[in-house]
Design a protein around this ligand. Structure first.
Ligand code: LLP
Length: 423
């Protein structure tokens, strides 16, 4: 078992820091709530994932949806990452951050014609096509532009990822991909369409997977499909296995390291070794999750007959994961960790019972005005934030060594209503 790498968030003299910067300093200068990311952890995570696939021809296409802030994208683009996008908006951001459109794969069950056109014009690497109808529309769009779209067919391998039902995507009952049965016939037909070049197959079976077996099962199915298609005369050069590798949320789960994941992938891909097939991966959470935290201030405490509540200035609109999936995020006081615990619900100011970050959590008792660190929030935190309750989206800060940059300022009230008008 590979030891978990040390978090970039560590106490130094009882003060929680991100790399060399005290979180209290960021909170004082930028305000709370605030997302704080560690540049060195983003870099470490990318390099360790990439190194885990060493020896196999491969591309790491970061799933932009996990965190699409330009300052974060730019760190990954600079390391040579490609991108997995699900909308034109994500391609727009990727290019604004200096990302190479030639390293982009475009996933998603519902691409519009205008999105297809824009992606073709930008010269993306491949479209992950998820239905027969999408295939024919893409063929027409490409022909109208006198181009050929490179296509990877997303199959639904019907394997159970063993994760939360909302983020499990590789089962027959999910909306994603083309069935295994249909795919062989469709690939043969599609290889004759003039606007398309069928280069590969792909799948994405779910997110926050904490076992390698479902990945291996899904890959085995894709390998069989590629082999069958060879005998039909269709030679594919690209196998995309999606993202999905989980991270440690401090709940006691044992999560495979990238190296363990890489070993499982290597074994499962062995039958293709001699065929010159490039592996494409679409990791999101594992590249950015541990690098980020949400720092929030305790506004009030109160107790009723049943419970103790710690009310903080962040809310479900800033970090939706607990409300939406019941997810667990680690929490620590920013100062003086060594205090007796109490059992408390950590909740936000929004008028919904679902607006909580933790329920019945053992935490050192926090005083009014104290700072609380909510960890493992770099993935699907800021990216899923909304303006619900007319709350401006919070600032984002990138720490590098002993300095930090505000990569996204707090939204202003004027920005919140920009473009709106009275009838
Ligand atoms: N590729 C495709 C086609 C995807 O749909 C996803 C995530 C990924 C790659 C990246 O998966 P990752 O490596 O991050 O697990 N909001 C949820 C997660 C939704 C994941 C959606 N698809 C959460 O907060 O847990």
């Amino acid at each position: 078992m590979t030891p978990t790498p040390e978090s970039p968030f560590q106490y130094k003299s009882d003060e929680l820091h991100c790399e060399g910067v005290p979180l209290a300093k960021i909170a004082a200068e930028v305000g709370t709530p605030v997302y704080v990311y560690s540049r060195s952890e983003l870099e470490r995570a990318y390099k360790s994932f990439d190194a885990a696939l060493e020896g196999m021809p491969h591309k790491v296409c970061y799933a932009v949806k996990a965190n699409s802030t330009l300052g974060v994208l730019a760190v990954l683009a600079k390391l040579g990452a490609g991108a997995d996008i699900v909308s034109y908006g994500e391609l727009f951001r990727w290019q604004k951050a200096g990302g190479d459109p030639g390293k982009v794969v475009f996933s998603g069950v519902g691409k519009t014609e205008s999105e297809m056109k824009a992606a073709l014009a930008a010269g993306i690497h491949a479209f992950n096509v998820e239905s027969e109808e999408e295939l024919y529309v893409l063929d027409q769009v490409a022909q109208s532009m006198k181009l050929r779209a490179r296509v990877s067919l997303r199959v639904n391998p019907d394997v159970d990822a063993g994760t939360h039902p909302y983020i499990s995507t590789g089962l027959k009952t999910n909306k994603f991909g083309i069935t295994m049965e249909e795919c062989r016939e469709l690939a043969r037909r599609a290889s004759k369409l003039p606007g398309l070049e069928i280069i590969g197959v792909d799948c994405h079976i779910g997110s926050q997977l904490i076992k390698t077996a479902p990945f291996a099962d899904a890959i085995a199915r894709l390998v069989a499909l590629i082999t069958d298609l060879r005998s039909d005369g269709v030679h594919l050069t690209h196998i995309d296995i999606g993202g999905g590798l989980g991270i440690d949320y401090g709940k006691g789960d044992v999560v495979p390291s990238p190296a363990e994941y890489g070993a499982a992938v290597r074994d499962a891909l062995a039958p293709l070794a001699a065929l010159g097939v490039t592996l494409v991966t679409e990791p999101g959470r594992v590249l950015v999750g541990a690098a980020g935290a949400l720092v929030t201030t305790v506004l009030f405490r109160k107790r009723n007959e049943a419970k103790h509540f710690t009310i903080v200035d962040a809310a479900m609109n800033d970090l939706m994961r607990p409300a939406l999936y019941g997810s667990f995020h680690p929490m620590k006081p920013v100062a003086q960790p060594g205090r007796p615990d109490i059992v408390t619900d950590v909740v936000g100011p929004i008028c919904e019972t679902g607006d909580f970050f933790a329920r019945d959590r053992n935490l050192p008792e926090l005083a009014q005005g104290e700072l609380l660190w909510i960890g493992a929030a770099g993935a699907y935190g800021a990216a899923m934030a909304s303006n619900y309750n007319t709350r401006p989206r919070v600032p984002e800060v990138l720490v590098s060594g002993s300095t930090y940059t505000v990569i996204k300022p707090r939204e202003t009230y004027e920005q919140l209503i920009a473009g709106e008008r009275l009838a």
